[in-house]
Design a binder for this molecule. Structure first.
Ligand code: HEC
Length: 143
C-alpha cells in the first residue's frame, strides 16, 4: 500500500513538472521581443517597423543606413533601451530629437502609444533585426 501511494505521488509530481514545462514555455513565447509567422509580426513589432520606416517622413534609415552614421542594428547591441530612448528624447550632436516625430507616425498614433511604448517598439524591432529573428523585408501585422 505504501508503495502504491509513493507511486501515485511520483506520477502526480511528473504531471506537475510536465504542466509547468508547458506553461513556462508559453510564458517564454509571450515574453519574446518579437513574434513572427510567415510575413506577419505582432502589433508592437509592426509599429516599431513603421516608426523606423516613416519617422521624419523617410524613416531613420535615411541617415542611419548611410555610413559614417551609426548603424542602428549595431547601436542596439551596445545601448540599453533607456540609453537609446534618451537619445531619441534629447538628440545627440547631428542626431535630431526624434520623439515627437516618432509619436506622429500614423500606426504609433493609432495604437495610442506614449513615449515609453513607442521607444520600446522601435528598440525591440531593431533588436530582432539585429539578432536575425525578423528579416529586413516589409512585414504585415498579425490579424
Ligand atoms: C537627420 C539624420 C538622422 C535621422 C533622421 C535619425 N538619426 Fe539617429 N543619429 C544621427 C547621427 C548623425 C547620429 C550620431 C550622433 C553622434 O553620436 O554624434 C545618430 C545617433 C543615433 C543614436 C545614438 C547612437 C549611439 O551610438 O549613441 C540613436 C539611438 C539613434 N540615432 C536613433 C535614431 C532613430 C531610432 C531614428 C529614427 C526615429 C533616427 N536615429 C533618425 C542621424 C539621424
Amino acid at each position: 500500500m505504501a508503495n502504491v501511494n509513493k507511486f501515485k505521488k511520483i506520477i502526480a509530481g511528473t504531471a506537475l513538472v510536465a504542466g509547468l514545462g508547458i506553461s513556462s514555455g508559453q510564458a517564454l513565447a509571450a515574453d519574446a521581443l518579437c513574434q513572427i509567422e510567415g510575413d506577419r509580426v505582432d502589433m508592437k513589432t509592426w509599429v516599431g517597423m513603421k516608426i523606423y520606416d516613416r519617422a521624419f517622413g523617410r524613416g531613420c534609415g535615411t541617415c542611419h543606413d548611410v555610413s559614417p552614421n551609426p548603424n542602428l542594428l549595431e547601436v542596439v547591441k551596445k545601448l540599453s533601451q533607456d540609453e537609446f530612448g534618451n537619445v531619441l528624447k534629447n538628440g545627440k550632436n547631428a542626431m535630431p530629437k526624434a520623439i515627437d516625430a516618432i509619436l506622429a507616425v500614423g500606426p504609433a498614433k493609432k495604437a495610442g502609444y506614449g513615449e515609453a511604448e513607442a521607444i520600446e517598439a522601435v528598440y525591440n524591432y531593431l533588436k530582432c533585426r539585429a539578432d536575425g529573428t525578423i528579416p529586413a523585408t516589409k512585414l504585415k501585422k498579425m490579424k
